[in-house]
Design a protein around this ligand. Sequence first.
Ligand SMILES: [Zn+2]
Length: 423
Amino acid sequence: MHFQSVTEGITLDDSPTGTVMAQIMMVFAQFERETIQRRVTDNYFARAKTGMYLGGRPPFGFDKGETFVDGRRTACYVPNPQQAALMAELYERYLLDGATLGSLVRWLNANEYRTARGGSWSTLPLGRLLRNPAFVQADAAVYQYLQSKGATMNDPVEAYSQQRGCYCYAPLGSALPEKRPTTRKFTDLSGSFVTLAPHAGIVDAALWLAVQHKLDQNRALKRSGSGSHSWLSGLMKCQKCGYAISVVRKPSGMHGHYINCGGHKRGNSICPGRSRVLTLEEIESAAEAQLLIFLKSYRAVEIRIRQRRNVRANQLEASIARQENEIQQLTQNLAHIREVDVIHIISAQIQAAHDRLAMLKAQRDALLYEGPSADLEPYFEAVLEEWQDYTIAEKKKIAKAAIERVLVDDNAIHIIFRADYGS
Ligand SMILES: [Zn+2]
């Protein structure tokens, strides 16, 4: 695929007005806040090591009951007979040949089963439910599996005696709802804590693990065709008609996504459309390469500006020292002088030196408080290195800070970055 960047080569001026930089820095600053927030949440989860109930609604299959943990009264899950039986059946059914989350959902709704809230079923919550280790009679293999997903295991493996279910405290999913999409819950457990719960599991370990294995495989398939949303959504415009471009899923059985502009939608013939079919995946990979180059160059500028700022700050400090020295000299001279006229002249000189000193100090203070903090450097680094690991929501935040528009033409995309060049 041919690719053109409107800001070809990306030669950033050393003195951008700073608005774009500020935007980008705000995104990183937000990441930093979230990291802090995550640490706080992690502490909270660390306190939950004992298996104390941490609030919230039990998942479908359980009601809330009461128990004692270490002599302290706490809430716990208690199997709801009908729902627990249905869950056990769903685990079995999911393993049947050809069964998918979609086919289970259709079966559930066709048989008028209702969710805990009385609604109809959908694939995402069902997948999350099947992932939940609350249902498993956890054994050593379950322990290994959860650990391999990145979870911190609060209990020793010997305690996994194929009886109790697990609480999974997933800080990424629950405490930071917008941080990670819910699809990630129970699939990437890094940052999560798993504790043996007081309740007994509903399905045996082998069945539960077989279901996890199938879910993992399906997820890998889905990922290869990208998610259902794009981190470029909201930024893409059709170069021909100017209408927004939306992402259309390919027919089932095919991977990938089409794109479609508002001027070419059914019933709207303003736009001739594209002569060649462009996929979202092509556009994203072309845009991604350019965005990372852009961020790299921005970081380079940021470093240069900071270095220049340091040089300038040092020069100012030197001038301030000279100015203070001069004032001291003049004041000492004044003590030895008796002529009124000369006293007036030197007083005026002292006054002028004080004014210059004030000005220099103001310049130095302005330098100290202007510009992004050097502490954000690691976040630039992280974005450049871990881009592939970011969620669509995270990528979208960065893209929105840096990209004004992505114009999609026949065979090319043109990215307009939010840079204030040469200004
Ligand atoms: Zn169009």
